[in-house]
Ligand binder design. Structure first.
Ligand code: ADP
Ligand code: MG
Length: 326
């Protein structure tokens, strides 16, 4: 498979009131062209920080402490700020829950989408940019796009605004789109439309997607690979079909067992009793141990070794992985 992104041992620190915490801890995964990787985990598990680390868009108190982010074979962590700016929006797009993060309320849609062509492709005149803007808006299925060019973000509904944010981020046909809970704020029907749209664009362009989601139904329906995060670390990863059929980590097993039947569209992770640990006071052994029905003394003392393949294809971090089968 054509590997586009390889994240190796990514570790990201944040300085907080409680001292320095490790928000992303030794995270590794790969994403191939044309494929979708789901990043799943409870709130605070480090999904957004993983995405921000890849794009080097961490908050001021954040710092990548180690690892590599190989995109088309080149480590993004060694790029200059100017080089990163040329990559963001051109080779890697990013959309988040709130489309206004991508959009500026003060400019009309033509200006904002057109800016991508101007900045990244050097299209200097509005006359050159306009047909490209109309085409980009058409790709996200904005009806009568040529009549909406002068509209401002507030004139669109939430779902349409997210489409505009997607248009802007895919305008230059990036190789990778990072979508951090892009549908969480939208109602269920619109969620499905947006996810379907992303899949259509992926089929048309072959872009890879990293999709952060709380919804395991979405993972089942839209994603090829999944990485399940817990307290800053990936605890299990691999092909969606294999992991859903035979989870090899009690956390995954719990998520799947608690999953209501397909089709409810609930954008929530099923409840597992207890809370994840605070990043400033992690248990010494397995981080899931305090909530794990299978935990033993071994789990309390030592963080589990990886069980599975060496090449990141399929693995889980549980001492009893070979016994855990959903
Ligand atoms: N700006 C920030 N300053 C300090 N801590 C943060 C900040 N943003 C997130 N965190 C902490 O970093 C950890 C990972 O957060 P995040 O990646 O946003 O989780 P997720 O996206 O999985 O919900 C959490 O413990 C969270 O509280
Ligand atoms: Mg998040």
């Amino acid at each position: 498979m054509n590997e586009l992104l390889r994240v190796e041992n990514l570790t990201t620190w944040l300085s907080t009131g409680a001292g320095i915490v490790t928000a992303v801890d030794d995270v590794s995964f790969t994403v191939a062209a044309g494929r979708t990787l789901a990043l799943v985990g409870e709130s605070g598990s480090g999904k957004s920080m993983t995405c921000s680390s890849i794009l080097r868009l961490l908050p001021g108190n954040g710092h990548v402490g180690g690892g590599r982010v190989l995109f088309e074979g080149e480590d993004l962590l060694t790029k200059t700020p100017a080089e990163m700016q040329a990559i963001r929006g051109r080779k890697i797009g990013m959309i988040v829950q709130d489309p206004m993060t991508s959009l500026n309320p003060l400019f009309d849609i033509e200006d904002q989408v057109g800016e991508m062509f101007k900045y990244h492709l050097g299209d200097r005149t509005a006359a050159v940019r306009r047909p490209k803007v109309v085409e980009a808006l058409g790709r996200v299925r904005i009806p009568a796009a040529d009549k909406r060019l002068g509209s401002y973000p507030h004139e669109f509904s939430g779902g349409m605004r997210q489409r505009v944010a997607i248009a802007l981020n895919i305008a230059c046909t990036p190789k990778l789109l990072i979508a951090d809970e892009p549908t969480t704020a939208l109602d269920v029907t619109v969620q499905q439309q947006i996810l379907g749209l992303l899949r259509d664009i992926q089929r048309e362009t072959g872009m890879a997607i990293i999709l952060v989601t709380h919804d395991l139904h979405t993972v089942a329906r839209f994603c090829d690979e999944v990485a399940i995060m817990y307290a800053g670390r990936i605890v299990e990863q691999g092909p969606v079909a294999e992991i859903f059929a035979r989870p090899a980590h009690p956390y995954t097993e719990g998520l799947l067992r608690a999953l209501p039947s397909l089709g409810t569209g609930a954008e929530r992770l099923p409840l597992i009793s207890g809370q994840p640990p605070s990043p400033s006071s992690l248990p010494p052994g397995c981080r899931f141990e305090p909530r794990c029905p299978r935990a033993t003394e071994h789990c309390r003392q030592d963080y589990p070794a990886w069980f599975g393949t060496d090449d990141l294809r399929r693995r889980s971090a549980c001492w009893y992985a070979d016994e855990v089968v959903g």
